[in-house]
Design a protein around this ligand. Structure first.
Ligand code: UD1
Length: 361
């Protein structure tokens, strides 16, 4: 059987890496094409991930780049439809919740190709997020679902999908984390700032609601700087965020804004940090897996297990909530987390062996 593996953005590459590794370690009854939509195109968000994660060169790169939601989605659909016209796979496998995920799922399905969604079923119930729309649309047409948690499976059953189409397999992002953990490497900033384990925070922000307005972003940063005492804050900045921020306005000796880091460098930093402050989804899973305290600057999460079982706490988007949360970490009063079921590094293998049954039957 032939599978198209779709990836477009940084978090997609991490999930696809697990699947390619599982295919390569299986009896290779699958042929696959790696399709990169080009949604992320900066070397720091794309190329460096291919290198760090030992991914093969993509078979196709649509080079779609930035644009409005509609431009990006439509551009990816046009490109993928052209590719499918020439050669149809037996399955289109999409991961996560980005525009590339939804665009390729719709295109494949309309061309009569079956669609599998890895990380299906998670819901923030916040329709202001483009990602939530992408999740709902993708899940509404997908044929097979591979879920990270039992609550994601439940969401799918509740929206009318049959049990037979849903497979609880665990988390491919954690497969990749475990696989590369012993290759994590110190980023340059480590020696530049003489960082020491558990003596600094890592900060990441890229959600439109948090970073597109300058005043909102500044008020978050001010609170973080004012309450982290003498700890350094390392802020690898997403291109979306650096567009808003005028760096000269935030001069503080503890805040270190650096370009986005590669996968191995970033996770070295996270693993050794005192805690992470973020508005990401994927990072809340990685911190849970590495047992690192995580403060999430969002009002909701599609990953409730990171809060209920893991080390994550959802503090909302009022900057006033930052001080008490940081205090908890500084005074060593953060909760201890556990690993959600099946986040054991074997999710990709499970997916590939299930697909073998489905497609080779
Ligand atoms: C996208 C995903 C989000 C995911 C995030 C991870 C959607 C709707 N959002 O958000 O779910 O968590 O990726 O990073 O798919 N840009 C660059 N260089 C790049 C990529 C983007 O400069 O390589 C700029 C673009 O010009 C754009 C902005 O960053 O203005 C946002 O990029 P985009 O891909 O639209 O969304 P993200 O915010 O990265």
């Amino acid at each position: 059987p032939k599978i198209d593996l779709i990836a477009g953005t940084r978090p997609n590459f991490v999930k696809i890496a697990s699947l390619i590794n599982a295919i390569e370690s299986s009896d290779k009854s699958f042929e696959y094409r790696l399709v990169h939509t080009g949604q992320h195109y900066d070397a720091s968000l794309s190329e460096s991930f291919f290198k760090d994660l030992e991914l093969p060169e993509p078979d196709f790169n649509f080079g779609i780049g930035s644009g409005s939601q509609a431009e990006q989605t439509a551009g990816i659909m046009l490109n993928y439809e052209k590719l499918l016209r020439k050669n149809l796979p037996d399955l289109c496998l999409v991961v996560g919740d980005v525009n590339s995920t939804m665009a390729c799922a719709i295109t494949a399905k309309k061309m009569g190709v079956k669609v599998a969604h890895v990380e299906g079923g998670i819901r923030s119930n916040d329709l202001k997020m483009p990602e939530e729309i992408n999740r709902i649309v993708t899940d509404s047409i997908a044929d097979y679902f591979f879920t990270t948690t039992t609550s994601a499976s439940r969401n799918l059953v509740n929206s009318g999908h049959s049990q037979e189409s849903i497979f609880f397999v665990g988390n491919t992002m954690i497969d990749t984390l475990k696989r590369f953990e012993n290759k994590f490497r110190r980023p340059g900033i480590w020696s530049e700032l003489s960082l020491r384990p558990q003596e600094y925070f890592v900060l990441t922000m890229h959600r439109p609601a948090n970073v597109d307005e300058k005043e909102t972003l500044k008020s978050f940063l001010t609170e973080i700087i004012n309450h982290s005492e003498d700890k350094k804050i390392i802020f690898p900045i997403h291109p979306r965020t650096s567009k808003t921020l005028d760096l000269d306005e935030i001069i503080n000796s503890n805040l270190h804004i650096i370009p986005p880091l590669g996968y191995l460098d970033f996770n070295y930093l996270v693993k050794n940090s005192l805690g992470v402050i973020t508005d990401s989804g994927g990072i809340t899973e990685e911190t849970t897996a590495m047992n690192v305290p995580c403060i999430t600057l969002r009002d909701n999460t599609e990953r409730p297990e990171t809060v209920e079982i893991g080390t994550n706490d959802l503090i909302g988007t009022n900057p006033k909530n930052i001080a008490p949360a940081i205090k908890k970490i500084l005074t060593n009063n953060w909760k201890k987390g556990q690993l959600p079921d099946k986040w054991d590094g074997k999710s990709g293998e499970r997916i590939i062996s299930i697909l073998q049954e489905i497609l080779v039957e």
